[in-house]
Write a protein that binds this ligand. Structure first.
Ligand code: 5GP
Ligand code: MN
Length: 354
């Protein structure tokens, strides 16, 4: 799922400038010091999106080119890859979380802002010889021994690309397809503010390997089962617009239940794309989709067009994310979850005079 408009936090923090030379050098050393028969475990965040999976598998393919033989890629939770992300190069590296090396020589984490996003795999940070974190969330808690965190990067794949350059691994079509999926996912296909000249330069280098952007984009963004099309129609039909919310900037929201999914025969991940249809609403700055994950739990997606720092809303409610694209786990009923969000919106309004 797209991260939405990735934005650098306005707060000054050590990570705001991206990794320093010593951190890049430490990351290169961590990779290069894996013994010949060493085990490397790659982990991306729960419910992986295109950036998480693409960055992880692209890096995995590069490690293979460097001669790493004992190599696994995984993510917490059910070992289910969304249909749209199946068939990526390097997919054969994926193993269910339950089969992941218990004590790898090196663990590398992708696109996870905090340890909580690693679910049941969080113990590997302690059992691994070294833990390397690659990410672009401003809120990253720097939970690795070595942290490559660049909040200015449009996607985690930008950080991966820089590390591959420093490791001397050239791009091939397999690596490029993975990184392209990641880059297009997090820039909303080059539509969000984070689409800098550097993003287009990277896209050009990826395309130069011969990958087919039309095929990739159709598969990732423009394909869904007919049942999901009908499900979207129903869920969008119950969307509500609250023009007075967020200091008059407006809130639009909807929800989807497990029963909705069952009636249309759909898997939960198909709902990840729903926020993109909801956030089109002209009359609202903030958009929200509340997706039931168990009888009492909801995965919440929040987006803003620029008036509200939705990561503040998400953090206040136990989650995190980027300034204009964030999320958290809600409890109770869907209405209750939205009540809690509404209460946080005014405090999260961005003061344009700053
Ligand atoms: P999405 O709405 O696409 O699921 O998530 C948007 C962004 O919000 C993601 O990039 C991720 O950083 C963040 N996010 C979503 N859900 C959670 C959550 O439950 N906890 C945290 N910490 N961040 C989340
Ligand atoms: Mn990302």
């Amino acid at each position: 799922m797209p991260d939405g408009a990735v934005e650098t936090s306005t707060e000054a923090s050590p990570a705001a400038a991206g990794p320093v030379e010593a951190e890049w050098a430490a990351a290169v050393a961590a990779v290069r010091s894996v013994p010949a028969d060493g085990r490397v475990l790659l982990i991306c965040h729960v419910n992986p999106d295109g950036d998480a999976l693409g960055s992880m598998l692209g890096f995995g393919l590069a490690l293979r080119r460097l001669g790493v033989r004992r190599l696994q890629a995984t993510f917490p939770g059910p070992p289910e890859v969304p249909d749209t992300l199946r068939g990526l190069p390097g997919e054969e590296l994926l193993v269910p979380a339950a089969e992941a090396y218990p004590d790898p020589d090196l663990v590398v984490c992708f696109d996870a802002a905090s340890e909580s996003r690693l679910g049941e795999l969080v113990d590997r940070l302690a059992t691994a010889g070294t833990a390397l974190v690659l990410d672009h969330h401003a809120s990253n808690t720097r939970f690795g021994a070595v942290n490559l965190v660049d909040p200015c990067a449009a996607a985690t794949s930008v950080v991966v690309d820089e590390l591959l350059t420093r490791l001397g691994v050239p791009l091939d079509a397999g690596i490029a397809e993975c990184l392209y999926v990641a880059l297009t996912t997090d820039t909303g296909s080059f539509r969000f503010e984070a689409t800098t000249p550097a993003v287009h330069h990277l896209a050009a280098r990826l395309l130069a390997t011969g990958i087919r952007p039309g095929d990739i984009s159709r598969r990732i963004f423009d394909t869904r089962p007919f049942g999901a099309v009908r499900l979207f129609g129903e869920v969008l039909g119950r969307a509500r617009l609250e023009p007075a919310a967020a200091g008059g900037r407006g809130l639009v929201w909807t929800y989807a239940t497990l029963d909705d999914l069952a009636r249309h025969g759909q898997r939960p991940y198909v709902l990840e794309a729903l926020i993109d249809s909801v956030r089109c609403t002209a009359e609202a700055d903030v958009s929200c989709v509340v997706k039931q994950t168990s009888p009492d739990e909801w995965a919440v997606s929040l987006r803003s067009k620029g008036a509200v720092d939705v990561s503040r809303v998400a953090v206040a409610l136990g989650g995190g994310g980027h300034r204009f694209a964030a999320g958290f786990t809600g409890r109770g009923g869907a209405e209750q979850v939205v009540d809690a969000i509404r209460d946080q919106l005014d405090a999260a309004l961005i003061d344009v005079r700053r």
